[in-house]
Each structure stands twice: as structure tokens, then as C-alpha cells.
Design a protein around this ligand. Structure first.
Ligand code: ZN
Ligand code: ZN
Ligand code: FE
Length: 760
């Protein structure tokens, strides 16, 4: 203790947020002792409580530095300081947590290896040299290895590894950066990697990672167990290896993500803006969508028909060891058959991936909860999630107000669920498309797991109005809970309002592919007046038939026929359109009959389907391998937008029905006149921007509302999001967009929860 400050004061400081299991108490200990302050720090039910005593300057400095210098994984949401009576204590100590503490605190997500650990990983003198599970309080796995709370080693998948004396002494020393690092381990006491062939024969080696690297260099497909699940990995510059992976994985066209060792290497094949660089290097290490550059040289099959490529930097020690071998990039894609959940379990991986991978690099640290890589794209100066998962989950979204305990089950595609606690909304990791049993099991498991580790017992369950979604059926089976069905596009808009902490009414542009409407038809091009507790449908696209129902989603040429028929009647058959020549006349006849008789031809007002239909009409793509592919390729064609646009019109002013007819007519004429597709795509995007800003201007006058929210899967389209946001800002709107959760159905559970609370 520093001798003799004449005035002694004392404070009690309560800190809330992610402050447990992230090295917060040792940080407080070091800060306090460096400032000659006495007292103690302990974990409590709501965070961390610090008792401090010493000279006033020291106390002031402590308060200032507490949030400024807090550990990288911590996230402080609130600090309360109270002046109390000094009690003459002389030392600073870390007090053990009370039993029952930690129930209401936040759990850290899994984050990338820190600089200190990375340095040790490549230091020959270090006892963890090339040890693939090196970690500390500032880095490593958290969420995916927790089974229950409090977050202590026996409640994690590290419980099977007893620390050696050296690891134990690091763990027990408050001055060590591995103090209470639950996954702490070394080569002697911790998990290890092993290499197998597809027949499960072990390939014995002193360094299995080195052998794995040599297989990758030889063009083999490897299944590699990572942080949140298995990845399938091949050399991204090897055409044959990439093609083999695609063919075996039955994923013919969806872009594959890649990993490169460093930023400088990424710059060899993609443009990296400053904000993209900092996102790539952030501890969350998401996949960032980047523009390919002129020198792009990765295998053609990595990201076909696409200007962008999804790239990430290594985030585990194992990745760094793999990337050390001078690959420009490795393909790193979630190890699953298309649309099944990512494999996490060794036995499961051997079974499910036996026909895909040549070799398996596995380890014996169990993953309790799978978590796919997150995907982000920078648009209009902000990061936008396409998928919010590893690195971000389970950090909550904070609402402006408290809500009742709610479980919201999401929709069907790109499913995520959420649970609420006070003003916090915990969205789950990416669960996937709820279309098969495996995903449904993972969905139910995630709900149970999150309820347990967050100590939340929901009173209300919210779900999509669609009667056939598996998420709806699941919600309806929970008959002990109050049940609230929520309209899909309403949920999109309220999700956007909620993450922006807005609760007054807004004009909502809710644009996506599919959502069940209150009239039983399929909606998707909706302009709503939205409140938390309800909405009015102000305008929408005039309904168009979807000949073949769900088949029209997989085969956009059906939508093209439908829009043409709606615009020209049977006269469309006389237009000189290349895409018609590619179709079999029988197909066309059957499709026309479906539309005319209204058999297996549900009506839709979806903007996603209009994108699809136009892409097919332009002969870009008649069938798709994944949802949104045609729309994505249409976007890719247009570079920047000019002033040129198509006519637009209202079919009925009173009902505010937007007529797609004039747009279709304009495009058909341009196609007949041989205008390049890039120009047509640009004009179409400009048309949508002009149409909806004109409409919003009118609605603003009528309703007096000057806030507009943009949500739904169509806003993954960068041209549409940026163009519309700018146009609306220019005419005096405050524009709410998504930054914390995806605009697609991966963010919809947030809106469902807020609506359910408002309605009960
Ligand atoms: Zn570390
Ligand atoms: Zn050890
Ligand atoms: Fe949607």
C-alpha cells in the first residue's frame, strides 16, 4: 500500500455487461493496485462489484480508465458509482463468486486468437509452440463450449481435461493473463488433434497438421474441426480440388468462402477498403464480402458469376498453423450437405462427410453448440449482416424498453430464434433452413440450450403466421405458453425499428421473396404503416400468379411467363424474346393454363419474385440453385446507377396497387432493341428507387410520418439499399436500416418478440 495520502475516500462501483469470463477481475485488480487503491472485486448476479478505497485522484483515475482500458472481450453496458464510508482496508483482493451469482450476466461469444497467444504460438522457446489450442482470458472459445452456467471449467467441454501443474498455476495467478481462463491448456494436459482417412484409419504423425497441409497442397478435400463446427477445406487456387468439393457437396453454384493468412494476401485478389480491413481484423473475424480485383486468380468455381468473394482471416491457432504454408487462400465452407446443419461431432462428421472429405483433421475438445461463420457486407458506410452467428452470438440486442420473457421462433429460411430478458434480446446463431429433420432438431436443441445458459423461462411464444412452417408447428406445441402469431413483413419492419430503438410508428418498406399475408396470399412487396402492436398495408405490388407454386421459386422462368401474361395477355408469345426460344412450347402452354385456370398458381405481391422474373426474362437465369440467386446475379450486372428508369404506374390509386406492367413493357422493349443487360438491370434498380421514394413522399404528406424503415431479404441487394436510403434521405426522411441483425429472415425473430410483447 502506498504510504500516506492524507484524505481517504471510498466508492462502490457496479459494472454490468459482458464482464465475467473475460479477464475483468484481474484487470480491475491490476488497475487498482497500480493506482495504490485498496478494496475488493467480486462477480455478482448482475455483473461485477468493486469496492475501492484510497486517494481521490486515484479513485478518479480508476473511474476514467475502467471503461477506457477494459479487456478486449468485455462489453460494459452500465457503470454505477456510489460514494461510501472508508473502512480502513489496506489490500486489494479478488473475492470468490457467491453461489447463485452469474445468473443474469452475459456470456462472451467465441472470439479469435489474440496477438499475445499468436506470438507464443510461433515462438520456439514457448512451451505452447505450435500448440493448436492455445488461448487466454482475452481469446478463444466461449459460447460453443458452454453447457451450463456459471461459466466455469466444469460447465464447459474442458471438464475432461485436468490442468497440469504449470497450467494450473497460470490459472490461479491473478497477475497472469490466463487467470481463470477456463479453456486454458497445453500440449501436456489439453486437447490434441488427430488425422484420419475417410475409412477412419488414423494417420500417425508427430505433427498431424503438417501432414494435413501437405494433403491440401496435393489437392485433397479435408474436413477440419474448428471452433463452431467442421469446415470442408481445399486449396482455393486448385480448380480440380474446388470442382471436386462442389460436386461431392452437391453445392453447384453458391459462392464458397475463403480464408487467407493476412490482409496483404487478400489484397492480391480483392479490394479491401479501410472499414472492411478493420472488420476482417476484428476479434469477431466474420466473413466479409469483398469486391474481386483485377488480379483475381482463385479457381473459377469459388465464387462463380459474382463480383464479390467472401473472405475471412484465421481465427483459431489451428487456422494459423494451416495458413502458415503459404496458400494464397483456402476454401473454408461449413461442413454439411446442402442446407443441413454444420457437423460438430467427430462420429457424426465421419458418417455424414465420408463421401465428401478425403481426410479428417479432428480434435477432442467437444463443441456443445454449433456456430457457423458470420457473414457481413459493407453497404452505405455501414456493416450489414447477411448472417449473424459466430463471434457475435450471444451478445444481446438492447431494446429501449423492457419486455416480458419471450421466445420468438423465427420463420423458415435462414432461421434464428431469440429469447428476451428485460431489455435484452438474445438472438441465436444461424440455425439454417427449417426444412429437414436435422435442422429441426438443431432448432429445438438451440432453444433448450439458450434457455438454460441464459436462465430464461419464456411466458410467451411468438411465431410466423404461416401455418405450415416447422417453427410455427413447434411454437404451437408449447401450449403452456401464451401464443402470438405475427405477420412476416410486420416482423421485418419491427425488427428494424427495434434495433434502432425506435418505437413510434414508421413507414415500412418490407421487401422479400415470401411471407404469409393476413389474406392467405403470399406477400413480399409491402409498404406498411407499422407500429409495435400492429400495422396497415398502405401499398403493395399487384398480385401476380406463381404458376407451379413453390416450383416458381426454383424456376424463375415461370415467373417471367406470369409477368408477361399479366402485361400482354397471350400476345406476349409474339414478342422476340430469347428466353422464350429456350423454353419448350409444352412447358409454356402448361404454365399459361395454370395461370388462366388459377390451378396451382397462388397469388403473390413479392418483389423477390419480380427480381426473379426479370432475371429470367433477360435470359440471365431460368432456374436457380439457391434462393435469391437470380436476383443476386441481376444486381451483379448493374455497376452504377444512372438517371434512366422505366415508367411506373398504380393499378388502383385507392388500394395503392403498384402495377409491374409498365416495367415489364419497358424491359421487353429494351431487350428487343438489344440494350445490354447491364443497362437494363441498372434501369430496373433506378425504377424501384424512384417508384418507392415517390410513393413515400406522398405517404409522408398523408400520414405525417417522416421515419422509414427498410427491411426484408431484398435489402441484401446493395444497390437497392444504398440507392433507396440516399433517395429517401434527400427528401427529408430519417431512414432506419439494419446494422445489428440481418435484413433477411435471420433477423425476423427480433421483430416477432417486440410485437408479441406489444400485443400482450
Ligand atoms: Zn490469447
Ligand atoms: Zn497444461
Ligand atoms: Fe422475409
Amino acid at each position: 500500500m502506498h504510504p500516506g495520502p492524507s484524505v481517504i475516500e471510498a466508492r462502490k462501483i457496479r459494472v454490468q455487461g459482458i464482464v465475467q469470463g473475460v479477464g475483468f477481475r484481474p484487470f480491475v485488480y491490476q488497475l487498482a493496485t497500480s493506482l495504490y487503491l485498496a478494496g475488493q472485486v467480486s462477480n455478482t448476479a448482475s455483473g461485477v462489484t468493486i469496492r475501492l478505497e484510497g486517494a481521490p485522484e486515484g479513485l478518479l483515475a480508476f473511474e476514467r480508465r475502467l471503461s477506457a482500458e477494459s479487456p478486449p472481450l468485455s462489453q460494459i453496458t452500465q457503470i454505477d458509482v456510489e460514494t461510501i464510508q472508508p473502512n480502513g482496508c489496506q489490500e486489494f483482493s479478488i473475492v470468490h463468486s457467491e453461489k447463485g451469482a452469474q445468473r443474469a450476466t452475459l456470456i462472451s461469444p467465441d472470439v479469435s486468437i489474440c496477438e499475445d497467444c499468436r506470438h507464443e504460438l510461433f515462438d520456439r522457446q514457448d512451451r505452447r509452440f505450435r500448440y493448436p489450442f492455445i488461448n487466454c482470458t482475452n481469446c478463444g472459445p466461449r459460447y460453443t463450449i458452454i453447457d451450463d452456467i456459471p461459466y466455469d471449467r466444469p460447465k464447459t467441454s474442458m471438464r475432461h481435461f485436468k490442468m497440469c501443474p504449470e497450467c494450473q498455476s497460470e490459472y490461479d495467478d491473478p497477475g497472469n493473463r490466463r487467470f481463470h481462463a477456463q479453456p486454458n491448456a497445453c500440449r501436456i494436459c489439453g486437447p490434441r488433434v488427430r488425422l484420419f482417412d475417410r475409412a477412419q484409419n488414423e494417420i500417425e504423425a508427430t505433427d498431424p497438421i503438417e501432414i494435413a497441409v501437405s494433403y491440401l497442397q496435393a489437392g485433397k478435400v479435408l474436413a477440419i474441426k474448428g471452433l463452431g463446427g467442421f469446415h470442408l477445406v481445399v486449396d482455393a487456387q486448385n480448380q480440380t480440388a474446388v470442382a471436386t468439393l462442389r460436386q461431392r457437396k452437391r453445392r453447384e453454384e453458391k459462392p464458397l468462402a475463403v480464408m487467407s493468412a493476412k490482409l496483404e494476401i487478400i489484397r492480391r485478389y480483392a479490394n479491401v477498403a479501410e472499414e472492411e480491413a478493420s472488420l476482417l481484423q476484428s476479434i469477431q473475424r466474420p466473413i466479409v464480402l469483398l469486391q474481386k480485383n483485377r488480379d483475381y486468380s482463385l479457381a473459377k468455381g469459388v465464387s462463380p458469376n459474382n463480383r464479390t468473394i467472401g473472405v475471412m482471416l484465421p481465427y483459431t491457432p489451428l487456422h494459423y498453423l494451416l495458413m502458415d504454408a503459404s496458400f494464397t487462400a483456402l476454401v473454408m465452407t461449413s461442413a454439411n450437405l446442402s442446407e443441413e446443419p454444420i457437423a460438430i461431432d467427430n462420429a457424426d462428421a465421419f458418417e455424414r462427410l465420408a463421401d465428401i472429405a478425403d481426410f479428417f483433421l479432428v480434435h477432442d475438445r467437444d463443441i456443445y453448440l454449433r456456430s457457423d461463420d458470420s457473414v457481413v457486407r459493407f453497404v452505405h458506410q455501414r456493416p450489414r449482416f447477411l448472417r449473424r452467428s459466430r463471434g457475435y452470438v450471444p451478445v444481446p440486442v438492447f431494446l429501449k424498453h423492457r419486455v416480458r420473457p419471450i421466445l420468438a421462433c423465427g420463420a423458415a429460411l435462414k432461421n434464428t430464434i431469440c429469447l428476451t430478458r428485460g431489455s435484452e434480446v438474445f438472438l441465436s446463431q444461424h440455425i439454417g433452413d427449417l426444412e429437414n429433420l436435422a435442422t429441426h432438431d438443431f432448432f429445438a436443441l438451440t432453444i433448450a440450450h439458450l434457455e438454460r445458459i441464459l436462465s430464461i423461462k419464456p411466458e410467451i411464444v411468438a411465431y410466423d403466421m404461416h401455418p405450415d412452417y416447422l417453427s410455427t408447428r413447434y411454437a404451437q406445441s408449447l401450449d403452456h405458453l401464451e401464443q402470438i402469431a405475427v405477420q412476416h413483413h410486420h416482423a421485418h419492419i419491427v425488427s428494424c425499428m427495434a434495433e434502432n430503438q425506435v418505437s413510434e410508428p414508421v413507414i415500412g418498406l418490407s421487401f422479400d421473396g415470401t411471407g404469409y399475408g393476413t389474406d392467405g396470399s403470399i406477400w413480399g412487396g409491402e409498404v406498411l404503416l407499422a407500429r409495435n402492436d400492429g400495422f396497415e398495408r398502405l401499398a403493395h405490388f399487384a398480385p401476380t400468379a406463381m404458376p407451379g407454386g413453390a416450383a416458381a421459386i426454383k424456376e424463375p422462368w415461370r415467373m417471367a411467363i406470369s409477368y408477361l401474361h399479366q402485361t400482354y395477355g397471350l400476345d406476349f408469345l409474339r414478342r422476340r424474346l430469347k428466353f422464350l426460344e429456350n423454353l419448350d412450347s409444352n412447358q409454356i402452354t402448361v404454365t399459361i393454363q395454370m395461370i388462366q385456370k388459377g390451378v396451382n398458381a397462388p397469388q403473390t405481391s413479392s418483389l423477390g419474385r419480380l427480381f426473379d422474373g426479370i432475371a429470367a426474362l433477360m435470359n440471365i437465369r431460368g432456374t436457380v440453385a439457391f434462393e435469391g440467386q437470380a436476383a443476386m446475379e441481376l444486381e451483379t450486372l448493374a455497376t452504377d446507377l444512372g438517371e434512366d428508369a422505366y415508367e411506373f404506374a398504380w393499378l388502383s390509386r385507392e388500394a395503392c396497387l403498384i402495377d409491374p406492367g409498365p416495367i415489364i413493357q419497358g424491359i421487353v422493349m429494351d431487350l428487343e432493341n438489344g440494350l445490354p443487360c447491364a443497362a437494363i438491370s441498372g434501369k430496373f434498380h433506378t425504377t424501384l428507387i424512384k417508384l418507392f421514394s415517390a410513393l413515400c413522399r406522398v405517404l409522408k404528406k398523408e400520414t405525417g410520418i417522416s421515419q422509414v424503415a427498410l427491411s426484408g431479404g431484398c435489402f441484401q441487394n446493395a444497390l437497392l439499399l444504398k440507392g433507396l436510403a440516399q433517395a429517401l434521405e434527400t427528401i427529408g426522411f430519417q431512414v432506419l436500416t439494419h446494422e445489428k441483425v440481418p435484413a433477411n429472415d435471420g433477423g425476423i425473430c427480433l421483430g416477432q418478440a417486440v410485437i408479441a410483447d406489444a400485443k400482450t
